[in-house]
Design a protein around this ligand. Structure first.
Ligand code: MSP
Length: 622
């Protein structure tokens, strides 16, 4: 049996899961399911990237230990994967012991191979990117928190492998896909390749894996993270499993992490004398309408909102159908609803409804006999015979959207056949012939649904049940006499008159695309002045103060992360501004009913206060 090992990037544990994470993971899931259905032995890996400065800082901000922070953040991803019906075989977290051991083993191998050296380096360091940047990069304006830093560090001689990498890319045309990404990397490799700083001194960062040859340092987070793909195979602990799975068939990545995967990672493996992945596939970005999704624009699509409103499978379908792999795609509510209604509610859903109703009414709810076939059936059968191969060929060549479209074309052909044969009329004159038509249409539908199952596992299974089938029996031709299951509309139409569609568009896209909000949106925020009547430190948290406030004649308590900037006694008697209608939260075991406004820069925080104590408690915009 051939094997298929596929990975997603491991996601930053700090991030709030968004459509980008969901997309790559659904894509890996869909490919895994197609390969499993094709009889291959599949290993599908996803997981979390948990080390590095950002995690350390986020944990500090929350006043918890980094590991605890990771443990508290990780379930957000796990819960989403469950909701999205992700069938991963392993979930790796870089803070697991199994991973630290492999990272140290590989570092030692690279070191023993003479590819690690120490050097003192002085340069511009971007705190936000956690790396040294060039003078030129610093001028692009893309990097925040830049400072000059001088440091002794360990470097990996990536440059030793530049030519070997170029040769490998040229000798293995599928190593980097799609082709334009391969050309991009080859272009990048025309410049001399620098070496890679692979350590961080503990004086600056200690949330990482110790270098095995100098425990005053932790490993650079990318060197650590990339190794997860090998760790999960059982490298160093289970040779049989490692040899079975490594190298992987595909690393799926977004285009933004191309260099780390196609330059750092293969050269690391070359130095450790391990085989390279067979293929690295970079997909494009989901845009919100025409613009990039970003937190600051406030246009990041939350997959959970969509699932709640429209169900998991339609969202999976839309994402797979709409993105041509390798290119960017535009997410809009309007295109989602149109796609859902035309492909799922109309083409597929109506076909299921039609055949079920007719068999129910005229054939006692059992599949009619196949009967005598005519040219019309032969024509449809020709399509049916080739559809599986066509779809699987598209899948093996990473043409997902084409695979979906081919299947839908087939569904449309079945619908046309139904229209032409009109079994609802035939039942009155020639029941046998009507039975043949319904048998043929339902049997073709069975095939189409089986082919869509990797994309919409739950709904397709439901449809198969309606046709009296299960996933296992869906592989075989229908048997006359099989009773139908209970009917349920598989894809209820999203009823929106055109003007409402425009409204959806306005609300969800226009507002999202430039990050602006309306006055009505702003009015939802209840800003109030409040007098601090008492303040004290929160026990066990260096950064937190607990404040008692008087807000419009009412007393309430809030917790604020300002203890490093204000002593409790500085605050008493001050009139501050709070957001009064935030959901209550419990921070370090203390209830907080609101948040205060403050101006902040890197190292200072100044609370917004109101001078004139005569003011009432409301704040308005004028
Ligand atoms: N931790 C690293 C990966 C380490 S792998 C050894 C990382 N994590 S991430 O959480 O930022 O991951 C992101 C993945 O989501 C990337 O592949 C990125 O391309 C993808 N996306 C983020 N936003 C996206 C869209 N708007 N659209 C599609 N994918 C995007 O990078």
């Amino acid at each position: 049996m051939s094997k298929f090992y596929i990975t997603t990037p491991i996601y930053y544990v700090n991030d709030r899961p968004h459509i980008g994470h969901a997309y790559t993971t659904i894509l890996a899931d869909v490919l895994s399911r197609y390969h499993r259905a094709g009889g291959e032995d599949v290993f599908f890996l996803t997981g979390l990237d948990e080390h590095g400065q950002k995690v350390q800082q986020a944990a500090e901000k929350r006043g918890v230990a980094p590991k605890q922070h990771c443990d508290e953040m990780a379930p957000r991803f796990l819960e989403l994967w469950e909701k999205l019906h992700i069938s991963n075989d392993d979930f790796i977290r870089t803070t697991e012991d199994r991973h630290a051991k492999v990272v140290q083993d590989i570092l030692q191998m690279v070191h023993d191979n003479g590819d690690v050296y120490e050097d003192e380096y002085e340069g511009l360091y971007s705190v936000s990117e956690e790396r040294f940047i060039t003078e030129k990069e610093s001028e692009t304006g893309e990097f925040r928190d830049i400072k000059k830093l001088k440091e002794k560090n360990y470097f990996f001689k990536m440059s030793n492998y530049q030519q070997a990498l170029i040769d490998h890319i040229n000798d293995n045309p599928d190593f980097i896909q799609p082709k334009h990404r391969k050309n991009e990397v080859l272009g990048f490799l025309k410049q001399p390749l620098g070496d890679l700083c692979i350590s961080r001194p503990k004086s600056r960062l200690n949330w990482g894996i110790d270098l095995p040859f100098d425990t005053d340092y932790v490993t650079y987070v990318w060197f650590d993270a990339l190794i997860n793909y090998v760790t999960a195979t059982g490298f160093g602990t289970d040779d049989e499993s490692y040899n079975k799975w490594w190298p992987c068939e595909y690393h799926l990545i977004g285009k933004d992490i191309l260099t780390t995967h196609t330059v750092y990672w293969p050269t690391m493996l070359m130095s450790a004398k391990l085989p390279l992945p067979k293929s690295i596939f970079a997909h494009g970005w989901w845009l919100s309408g025409e613009s990039k999704m970003s937190k600051s624009l406030g246009n990041v699509v939350n997959p959970l909102d969509l699932i709640e409103e429209y169900g998991v499978d339609p969202v999976r379908y839309y994402l797979m159908r709409e993105m041509v792999l390798g290119q960017d795609a535009s997410f809009t509510m309007e295109s989602f609803i149109r796609r859902y209604n035309s492909d799922l509610a109309n083409d597929l859903g109506n076909l299921v409804g039609r055949v079920s109703t007719l068999i129910d009414r005229h054939f006692d709810r059992v599949i009619p006999p196949k009967g005598v076939l005519t040219d019309a059936e032969a024509e449809l059968s020709k399509k049916a015979d080739s559809i599986s191969d066509l779809v699987m060929d598209n899948i093996s060549n990473m043409r997902l959207s084409e695979a979906v479209e081919e299947t839908l074309q087939f569904v449309r052909a079945i619908n046309r056949y139904m229209e032409q044969m009109a079994p609802w009329k035939l039942v009155k004159s020639d029941t046998g012939r009507a039975g043949t038509v319904l048998y043929t249409a339902t049997d073709c539908l069975r095939q189409a649904v089986a082919l869509l199952q990797p994309i919409m596992p739950a709904r397709c299974e439901k449809i198969l049940h309606m046709l009296g089938l299960s996933m296992a029996s869906a592989k075989e031709c229908l048997e006359a006499g099989t009773p139908l299951g209970n009917f349920e509309i598989p894809f209820p139409k999203i009823e929106l008159p055109d003007k409402d569609l425009d409204k959806v568009k306005d609300e969800k896209e226009n507002v999202m695309s430039d990050g602006k909000i309306s006055i009505d949106d702003f009015a939802k925020v209840d800003l109030r002045t409040a007098v601090v009547t008492a303040a004290e430190k929160v026990e066990g948290a260096d950064k937190l103060l607990k404040l008692q406030l008087e807000v419009g004649g009412e007393t309430r308590q809030i917790v604020a992360g300002i203890a490093e900037h204000y002593a409790p006694e500085d605050l008493e008697g001050k009139t501050i501004v709070v957001v009064a209608n935030l959901e209550p939260a419990v921070i370090r075991g203390v209830e907080s009913n609101g948040m205060l406004l403050a101006a902040s820069s890197d190292d200072s925080v100044v609370i917004v206060t109101v001078d004139d104590t005569k003011v009432g408690s409301g704040i308005r915009i004028s």
